[in-house]
Design a protein around this ligand. Sequence first.
Ligand code: FES
Length: 591
Amino acid sequence: INFPCLPPGGKHPDGSPVLNRWSSVITKGHDFPGAKAMLYAAGVPDKEAMAKAPHVGIASVWWEGNPCNMHLMDLGKTVKKAVVEKGMLGWQYNTIGVSDAITMGNDGMRFSLQTREIIADSVESVTCAQAHDACIAIPGCDKNMPGVVMAMARHNRPSIMIYGGTINIGYSECLRKPINVSTCFEASGAYAYNTLKQPDDGGDTSKTKDEIMDELEKNACPSAGACGGMFTANTMATAIESMGLSLPGSSSTPASSPSKMRECVRVADAIKVCMEKNIRPRDLLTKRSFENALVMTMALGGSTNGVLHFLAMARTAEVDLQLDDIQRVSNKIPFIADLSPSGKYYMADLYEIGGIPSVQKLLIAAGLLDGDIPTVTGKTLAENVASWPSLPQDQTLIRPLSNPIKATGHLQILRGNLAPGGAVAKITGKEGLSFTGKARVFDKERQLNEALDEGRIPRGENLVLIVRYEGPKGGPGMPEQLKASAALMGAKLNNIALITDGRYSGASHGFIVGHITPEAAVGGPIGLVKDGDVITIDAETNSISMAVSDEELEERRRQWTPPVPQITRGVLAKYAHLVGDASHGAMTDLF
Ligand code: FES
């Protein structure tokens, strides 16, 4: 919708710049006296503010029951205070999210991905309905970041994202090592397979496995903030900062750091710059900036979910980003970060050695990251990080580009007779680059989790565990899986690959392939696989195939019947009806 607004660059009679380009439609003169009466009641202080002050929406994804989100109201209050001190009107509001870690492995997870759309829909709704002139969004957990950026791309009014920040690092006395929430998921596999033990290095090893689990659960999440590894939240925040939509350092500043509050104050000047210079989200969401997002994701070992969200954000901004672009960037960017889940460090550690701007500086200097893209500061990305410290010589978190963990990116786009529409693999190389094994098929994630809990997945021959009917429509909701990959790691079941038409948590690692398209519920070949079929995943040829003849597949297809939807009302039914495939971002407004 083309909402009426004043053209950019205008001046008020006193010579000050017109920043209230959208809100002036309802606040000028006496065209909408009822609207003005409501706004006075809500806090507009006087006639001058009504005539001139821009309305800045401050959209946090605050809610209490999740460390990723529980502090966002406080960040929003700090932003509001700073915005008002700069002569603007700040309107705090809220949208909803769900916790990926809390819903992981249970039916609540079906609701997770669709919250991205709810967040986008609600921020778009408030911005447009209330005639806001700008938007400052404060997301925390995984889907929050793409959700608010999709909203920004839709309303296209000056916008900045403040990431809620990463969580602090936990510590386990029992395991005598730093831990995070994914440690708990991995421990559940070790618990089931009776391999959960304290290290025998001379300390007290008297704890039972239940006592160890209790201790992990109590200490894995020691503060507010999003999951601390290079999981989905930190992946998306890093990418969005590298696209120019956040202030420098936003994605690596921990939630509980005083610097996060300082960022909330600095944002007031920055949003004013965006309004004055008419810097709008679609000026920043370009093919070049999406390439930057991909470069950072590859270099730091980011989440497979990034692929889904980048595709959705790009389509919302009408940027032509395809699966093949992801592979192209992966082919040229070395994987250099020893970050969890595949590595040993956390985002809070990266903050201590300079944070994301220092990594950007390294990659810009190497010609791998585009430093010339514009950003919300009114400067280029290279200008933003020019005064930032370089990474210290003696650090071991970011490897030199000349000695990477893997010479190319860990995310691979695979195609083949199992995924003709594409699939996304996370292959760091630690487990090799190709895998062949016999299929063992599970028609829902729950079935595989039960098999793992009961210790029914055998050690021995190579297995490819397939979880299907968990795609965007079939799930419905494309639930994210972590329990299985973490449990396999914890139980040290190393000769196993995982395949799904659903998603994997950013905390997952191992040989995993998700987003298989087309999904089983719409007749994709993943629905035709039988136990014992030989599956080959090859990251060097970018293929995923089953050794089943075309004739046999055709016969199986004749016998296949589409599943009867189990959920026919409510938000998941609506979602299943509207959602598109994973290779196009699993969007609900791509008709
Ligand atoms: Fe929120 Fe992991 S559960 S970022």
